[in-house]
Write a protein that binds this ligand. Structure first.
Ligand SMILES: CC(C)(COP(=O)(O)OP(=O)(O)OC[C@H]1O[C@@H](n2cnc3c(N)ncnc32)[C@H](O)[C@@H]1OP(=O)(O)O)[C@@H](O)C(=O)NCCC(=O)NCCS
Length: 174
């Protein structure tokens, strides 16, 4: 049997900017492959409304122009999507709204390289901290972020008006 790391990861993953106008179908295709996580978070399989939210839903006080969207590319393969909000919660924060990898490409060290690439881009942009929220039930992702150097920042329990998920907000100073 071929070694797991040699089956797919022949190229260094690249982060390529994407737009809703050009890449909505590619992003939906990726989200459908990664339906495990989408269903965990939103309670149903991914659809175009989910992709619309990925491209347009900005945190409080920010607009769509403050969002950065990337595809993770492995050679010609579209293997992940990323959304980052610039300037949330503080002017020099990047808030990682989503990192979603195709399950066939997980646990090969690609996520680690992707986070390093985000850190490098953030430092170049003068950003001082990365933040994100992780679902409390998503213990696998919490381990991943912890290994990448993120630490608990605050606990964000579900409220009567929220989606029912308890979350941890994690932070990584740059
Ligand atoms: C979380 C996520 C982005 C991580 O990406 P990834 O490519 O799987 O990350 P890595 O391969 O670098 O690391 C994942 C684990 O695989 C392990 N790993 C790395 N290379 C490996 C290899 N060659 N063989 C086996 N395991 C390996 C790592 O040690 C790591 O373990 P840890 O999480 O317990 O620290 C990805 O799994 C994902 O998209 N999950 C679903 C969506 C999600 O939860 N997103 C985060 C929302 S907050």
């Amino acid at each position: 049997m071929m070694a797991k790391t040699n089956m797919f990861n022949t190229h260094a993953p690249r982060l390529v900017p994407i737009t809703q106008a050009k890449h909505a179908e590619d992003a939906l295709d990726l989200a459908e492959r990664a339906a495990d996580y989408v269903t965990l978070e939103v309670g149903h399989a991914p659809n175009m409304d989910f992709i619309d939210g990925f491209f347009t839903a900005a945190p409080p006080g920010l607009g769509t122009d403050d969002l950065l969207h990337f595809a993770v590319m492995d050679g010609p393969a579209f293997i992940g999507i990323i959304c980052i909000a610039e300037g949330y919660e503080l002017a020099k924060d990047w808030w990682i709204g989503l990192v979603l990898m195709d399950p066939a490409y997980r646990e090969r060290g690609i996520g680690h390289k992707v986070i390093n690439s985000i850190k490098n881009r953030a430092r170049t942009a003068g950003i001082e901290a990365l933040k994100l929220s992780v679902l409390e039930v998503n213990t696998r992702a919490t381990l991943f972020w912890t290994r990448e150097g993120f630490v608990p920042h605050r606990y964000a329990p579900a409220t009567p008006d929220s989606d029912g998920h308890n979350r941890w907000v994690l932070k990584h100073d740059l």
